[in-house]
Design a protein around this ligand. Structure first.
Ligand SMILES: Cc1cc2nc3c(=O)[nH]c(=O)nc-3n(C[C@H](O)[C@H](O)[C@H](O)COP(=O)(O)OP(=O)(O)OC[C@H]3O[C@@H](n4cnc5c(N)ncnc54)[C@H](O)[C@@H]3O)c2cc1C
Length: 358
């Protein structure tokens, strides 16, 4: 039986483990931290928006949505864009790009009673959904285990050689290695002797506030400013606001920068009538992109037996099912369900000369 070692126990690694286990592989997931989903996968905004991301991402979103629905992890949320006078041009651009419907202002105020009277345009996409990300991750973990897969936490991989990987001083057999190491994927690639993809982690911060004005926010849509300048959404009875920051950082256990949060909260405050009185807690996570902002899925062109499942950026949950399925199709030599063109645009081979030296 072919043994696949998956490095990383976030949504990418765990969804891949389930798909690989079902395809008949013997799977071992090695996660450096003490629990699955400690990094980006435990810190997301938990949204499914089919029209978010480039063309390749949208193909993955579209192919993932039905399975998330079948698993019962989606619930209605909707997403509303609101613009001030100075934001009209960006509003128009986003309206087209995200396939949103313009909303009469009275209706926008009715849905979100704390919107500022300075809002001049509003738009809605009702189809955006909340994802129960923890339940999704745990359901993949359970499914993987039911196929015989082992998921081991506290196991940081520090060496990769042909046919084996080393974690915690012990060597384990690996006929195939899947690099699902999130922000650390280029470092893991280098351990195997692969060239870097140019993956860049970007920090994104989040503040949790009390529900504005004491409202029951549970039925409100997610709000965002044109050009993704900030966003806010209900979260477990409270209200989370993100500056939608995108600051390049090294792979790390990320935390929010006070100044970035303060500036983002000010952008949010300009669009609402209730000022921010208190931040209950805050956090940050890393969204890791390669330069073309599509995922990197498939066999490394130079290192036999080494596969990539990286570059999930801001889309790791809403693309996970199709991404994991595509990985299995590539490994087993089947035609991609996503089609050849999308497959090529996901392949690690696409970097060619652009790949940065080993
Ligand atoms: C604030 C924020 C909001 C977001 N909102 C959304 C959203 O609404 N919808 C959406 O779909 N996506 C969203 N995302 C993106 C999504 O969270 C990520 O794309 C996804 O979690 C990435 O999953 P991953 O498994 O690749 O990475 P991670 O969850 O980071 O997992 C990678 C794992 O690899 C492990 N690892 C690294 N090196 C090693 C090693 N050497 N040995 C063993 N283990 C190793 C790490 O410890 C880590 O646990 C958001 C992200 C952030 C930060």
């Amino acid at each position: 039986m072919t043994r696949v070692v998956v490095i990383g126990g976030g949504i990418a690694g765990v969804s891949a483990a389930a798909a690989l286990g079902q395809a008949g592989f013997q799977v071992l997931v090695l996660e450096a931290e003490a629990a699955l989903g400690t990094h980006a996968s435990g810190r997301s905004a938990a949204m499914f928006e089919e029209n978010y991301g480039n063309e390749v991402i949208r193909a993955l979103n579209k192919a993932t949505g039905p399975e998330l629905k079948r698993r019962g992890v989606l619930s209605p949320r909707g997403i509303m864009m609101v613009a001030l006078d100075a934001e009209r041009a960006q509003f128009e651009a986003d309206l087209d790009a995200m396939g949103m419907d313009e909303l009469p202002l009275e209706e926008a105020h009715r849905m979100v009673p704390v919107l500022s009277q300075d809002i001049v345009r509003a738009a809605l996409h009702e189809g955006a959904m909340d994802i129960d990300t923890d339940r999704l991750l745990q359901s993949f973990a359970k499914e993987a285990r039911s196929t015989g897969a082992e998921l081991v936490c506290g196991a940081a991989v520090d060496a990769i050689s042909p046919g084996q990987v080393r974690a915690g001083g012990a060597e384990v057999q690996a006929d195939i290695v899947v690099n699902a190491a999130g922000a650390w994927a280029d470092q893991v690639g280098q351990m195997a002797g692969a060239a870097r993809t140019g993956l860049q982690p970007y920090r994104r911060s989040m503040a949790r506030l009390p529900a504005p004005g004491g409202h029951d926010v549970q039925g409100w849509p997610m709000l965002f400013g044109p050009g993704e300048s900030w966003y806010a959404k209900p979260d477990a009875g409270g209200w989370i606001v993100s500056p939608a920051d995108e600051d390049p950082v090294d792979p790390m256990d990320a935390w929010a920068d006070d100044m970035v949060l303060a500036e983002g909260l000010a952008r949010y405050e300009a669009h609402v009538s209730v000022p921010v009185s208190r931040v209950e807690t805050n956090w940050a996570g890393l969204r890791s992109f390669v330069p073309d902002r599509s995922l990197v899925i498939g066999k490394d062109p130079d290192v036999p037996g080494f596969c990539w499942l990286a570059g999930q950026g801001g889309y790791g949950f809403q693309t996970c099912v199709a991404a994991a399925r595509h990985l299995v199709e590539v490994i087993t030599g089947q035609a991609s369900t996503l089609g050849q063109s999308v497959g090529e645009r996901l392949s690690p081979a696409r970097f060619g000369q652009a790949k940065v030296g080993v």
